[in-house]
Design a binder for this molecule. Sequence first.
Ligand SMILES: NC(=O)c1ccc[n+]([C@@H]2O[C@H](COP(=O)([O-])OP(=O)(O)OC[C@H]3O[C@@H](n4cnc5c(N)ncnc54)[C@H](OP(=O)(O)O)[C@@H]3O)[C@@H](O)[C@H]2O)c1
Length: 265
Amino acid sequence: MSFRLNARAGEWALITGASSGLGAEFARALARRGYSLLLHGRNAERLEQLVIDLNKVRKLDCRVVIADLAREEGIDAVCQAARQQAGLRLLVNNAGYGNPGLFQDVSVDSLLEMQRVHNEAVVRITHAAMAQLMQAEGAAVLNVSSVAAWLPGRGSVMYYATKAFLNAFSRSLAADLSGTGVVVQALCPGFTHTGFHDPDKAAYLDKSKLPNWLWMEAAPVVEFSLRSLGNGRVIVIPGVVNRIFAWVGGHDWLYRKLVGNARRK
Ligand SMILES: NC(=O)c1ccc[n+]([C@@H]2O[C@H](COP(=O)([O-])OP(=O)(O)OC[C@H]3O[C@@H](n4cnc5c(N)ncnc54)[C@H](OP(=O)(O)O)[C@@H]3O)[C@@H](O)[C@H]2O)c1
């Protein structure tokens, strides 16, 4: 089923985690395509600055929801905003973070917090948005997953597991929504230059030690995602390197042969 990318007057997109990285890039790309924007994040200052910057390019309707998706009331606030947003046509479930630490070393609360942000919030916000999306003339749910969905990841069990859930959820949701006019995508980026690997969030990773060819900029990832909407594929992987990673990761014996043993040294 095809998807009309450019918005008509009064059509809205809701983006979670829009205050930084891929979410902010989705906001810029969708503003250029005429959408009014309902932007979510925790950092009010950065969201306000984003709205100012977007308005310098094109005058647009923007609303902001500040909410922590690790908290019940935070998810409720975004659900309510989605439910009430007339003209909502595109939902981008993007908010997320990394969670370093071996399973046996971190608290069970912090493990389950990631499940809440990456999975529970996505399910609840998508469900809350459904009535508005079904009324639109062709709508989309875009879940930002990761190439990690295929990989066994030491030191970040819940990150890898919650992204695998997002892929499975998106595939089955697409089946349920078939024929309704709502398309679904699980976008699976690999290493992308955003705030995700900033030293305060990912002290475990020294970016300078990773080769350049592993990385993509946020803008081409977002363009690839948007242009792929409605092309019949639910799982969308930007970049050849990431597609190879996903393929290798999908074959456990091959992954272990190529990467697994090296990692255990
Ligand atoms: N960058 C990569 O290499 C990469 C690769 C694969 C997948 N991804 C996925 O891409 C998505 C976007 O990440 P990014 O790379 O753009 O990182 P980022 O620059 O750190 O942005 C993350 C966004 O998620 C929001 N967020 C994080 N925890 C939240 C919480 N508890 N409640 C509400 N919002 C929360 C942040 O809000 P505040 O800043 O306002 O707190 C921010 O807007 C994530 O789902 C991530 O898993 C990233």
